[in-house]
Ligand binder design. Structure first.
Ligand code: GTP
Ligand code: MG
Length: 170
């Protein structure tokens, strides 16, 4: 039997952390050095097949610029899954990610499966956020955590696939 599961997924995180780049890598397997900053939000669709289930993600790639903050609830409300993205080379983006997690915990749907992505993992020389620090935070907040690179594609498919698995199990 082939089952189809539709799932709304939202990406949240500071400006320039690589939300759009992660989506572009996942949906089109492409990367661009000069990705334009998102205005409002962008919509994408992609499927993941897990055994006999096709998970169809409706993906909302939100804009990280602060002036769009008030739009975010429209995208995370009713989301089955959320990926909160920070940039491993910017401690401030990790602080912002924690704020997003808090907001989701307070205002979002309690059933939303949340992942934390430490993106730009290819930029090891510029690292400001230690993997252990992020791992610990993720464990304390029941988030699923991975470091990713939209540039090299490392862990990008994996994070979406893991979310799909958890959605099927939920
Ligand atoms: P907003 O839409 O403004 O919120 O930003 P965003 O989170 O969508 O970031 P975006 O995908 O636009 O990426 C910002 C910049 O970081 C772009 O120049 C990307 O090329 C670059 N970038 C994104 N992901 C990676 C990555 O994994 N590694 C490296 N080295 N650069 C990346
Ligand atoms: Mg963007």
């Amino acid at each position: 039997v082939n089952k189809i599961k539709n799932a709304k997924l939202v990406l949240l995180g500071d400006v320039g952390t690589g939300k759009s780049s992660l989506v572009l890598r996942f949906v089109k397997d492409q990367f661009v050095e000069f990705q334009e900053s998102t205005i409002g939000a962008a919509f994408f669709s992609q499927t993941v097949v897990i055994d006999d289930t096709t998970v169809k993600f409706d993906i909302w790639d939100t804009a990280g610029q602060e002036r769009y903050h008030s739009l975010a609830p429209m995208y995370y409300r009713g989301a089955a899954a959320a990926i909160v993205v920070y940039d491993i080379t910017l401690q401030a983006s990790f602080a912002r990610a924690k704020k997003w997690v808090q907001e989701l915990q307070a205002q979002g749907n309690a059933n939303t499966i949340m992942a934390l992505a430490g993106n730009k993992a290819d930029l090891l020389d510029a690292r400001q956020v230690e993997i252990e620090e992020a791992k610990k935070y993720a464990e304390e907040n029941a988030l699923f955590f991975m470091e990713t690179s939209a540039k090299t594609a490392a862990n990008v498919k994996d994070i979406f696939t893991e979310l799909a698995k958890r959605l099927i199990e939920a």
